[in-house]
Write a new protein. Structure first.
Ligand code: CDP
Length: 229
């Protein structure tokens, strides 16, 4: 059977990654978390002192250093899921922390950062058989994807899910700051000049505010079966 391309986009912390990972595992496709790639670029900026105390980015230095940013994914045998590596170092846990979340959207809005990541993502999906989640996958990275889904949920539900996730990993966080961060990221992501977050015209919309993880997994699997029937 021909392997298709599946693009899952949507707002911050709406459960896209969980859906995308579950589907990829079930159907034997590659899963790529494009947000992890922007998080790796942001961590690189933090490590190299390219984010100033006022939060602004040293854009000139970042542009010069871009060729030094190598992002890759390797399967973690114990979780069965891919971990993100920045220049050969496993940063999967590090990039999920709130300090990275606080700076990622301005970094991801830089056109040269997007151009570099988009080129890598398109290369990863050249042969199909891929599930990629992010903000611009169905609009800019794979505009011809056979299955496009746009996921959303209410702000408060998304903030609560992210808070639970952070706390489960032992990170201290409070509801109000998680909510403020996701609203601010959605604002920056939706209003940037290059590849803003928006629903592709041919995307199926899923509001998963009141769906459980098994229910959303089932919904997505059915859509996949329809497209490949
Ligand atoms: O996990 P969460 O949904 O909160 O975010 P993520 O998927 O890890 O993405 C982190 C950030 O990367 C987003 O807020 C965007 O600023 C950026 N991003 C993007 O610009 N384009 C993508 N395709 C994926 C993420």
């Amino acid at each position: 059977m021909k392997k298709i391309t599946i693009a899952i986009d949507g707002h911050s912390s709406c459960g896209k990654s969980t859906m995308a990972k579950d589907l990829a595992r079930e159907i034997g496709y590659i899963y790529i978390d494009s947000g992890a790639m922007y998080r790796c670029c942001t961590l690189f900026c933090m490590q190299r002192g390219l984010i100033r105390p006022d939060g602004s980015i040293d854009v000139e230095s970042l542009q010069r250093l871009m060729p030094e940013i190598q992002v890759s994914f390797r399967l973690n045998a114990s979780t069965g899921r891919p971990d993100a590596y920045l220049n050969g170092v496993n940063v999967e846990e590090r990039i999920r922390k709130m300090d990275v979340s606080a700076h990622v959207s301005p970094v991801a809005a830089l056109p040269f950062v997007r151009a570099a990541m988009t080129a890598q993502q398109q290369e990863m999906g050249r042969e199909g058989g891929i599930v990629m989640d992010g903000r611009d996958i169905g609009t800019a990275v794979f505009p011809d994807a056979e299955l496009k889904v746009f996921v959303t949920a209410s702000d408060e539900i998304r903030a609560q899910r992210r808070l639970d996730e952070l706390r489960a990993k032992g990170e201290e966080a409070d509801f109000e700051s998680v909510l403020a961060n996701l609203r601010e990221r959605d604002r920056i992501d939706s209003t940037r000049a290059v590849a803003p977050l928006r629903q592709a015209e041919d995307a199926l919309v899923l509001d998963n505010s009141h769906l459980t993880i098994p229910e959303q997994k089932q919904w997505l699997l059915e859509r996949f079966k329809e497209r490949t029937a």
